[in-house]
Write a protein that binds this ligand. Structure first.
Ligand code: HEC
Length: 156
């Protein structure tokens, strides 16, 4: 009986810890679905859909949180990914970067996709919908580079 009480206590503590929000939780629920991504950018709908699918969860305020993302300790890792991802590049705050910043970020993004660094492998394993075929990758790289050149023709 004693053992059972202790075991139940341990379970309760773990369950309790799981629902305690991570350090970023308050900032994490910003305007879900509220702001269109890449507002001023000229991407066709297919390119937008690809970016939303492959990058949007970490690089916009429009993050979809699956159930497992709410459970510690996974939640801490995921929140870290999203808060860092948004810090580097946030498609929901596109206008704030200005033309030059946008041009640089788009060029950087094209490079990351080219090198296979983005979307991160570990993410694609859990989110098969974010996987890009070779064709989708080439198209995305071309789209990112074209928009980069359009907003910031000097290449800076
Ligand atoms: C799992 C979340 C996640 C997804 C999905 C994701 N990123 Fe990232 N991204 C990050 C994080 C975290 C960083 C910052 C740390 C790093 O470079 O690993 C980052 C950094 C970046 C950077 C800055 C790199 C640098 O060196 O300054 C660019 C550009 C970028 N991502 C583009 C993309 C693009 C384009 C996509 C979609 C094709 C994408 N990311 C998908 C999490 C993500």
């Amino acid at each position: 009986m004693k053992l059972f009480v202790i075991a139940a206590g341990v379970v309760a503590v773990i369950a309790g810890a799981s629902v305690v929000p991570g350090p970023y939780s308050a900032a994490m629920h910003v305007t879900p679905g509220g702001v269109a991504l890449l507002q001023s950018a000229e991407f066709d709908p297919a390119a937008r859909a690809t970016i939303q699918r492959a990058c949007g969860n970490c690089h916009s305020n429009d993050t979809e949180w699956p159930l497992y993302s709410r459970l510690a300790p996974v939640s801490w890792l995921i929140r870290k990914d999203v808060s860092e991802g948004r810090l580097f590049l946030n498609f929901s705050q596109w206008a704030a970067y200005g033309a030059e910043g946008q041009g640089q970020l788009l060029a950087l993004a094209a490079g990351q996709v080219k090198e296979g660094k983005m979307p991160p492998q570990r993410y694609v394993l859990l989110h098969p919908e974010a996987r890009l075929s070779q064709g989708e990758k080439s198209r995305l790289i071309a789209d990112l580079e074209r928009e980069s050149a359009r907003v910031s023709p000097s290449g800076k």
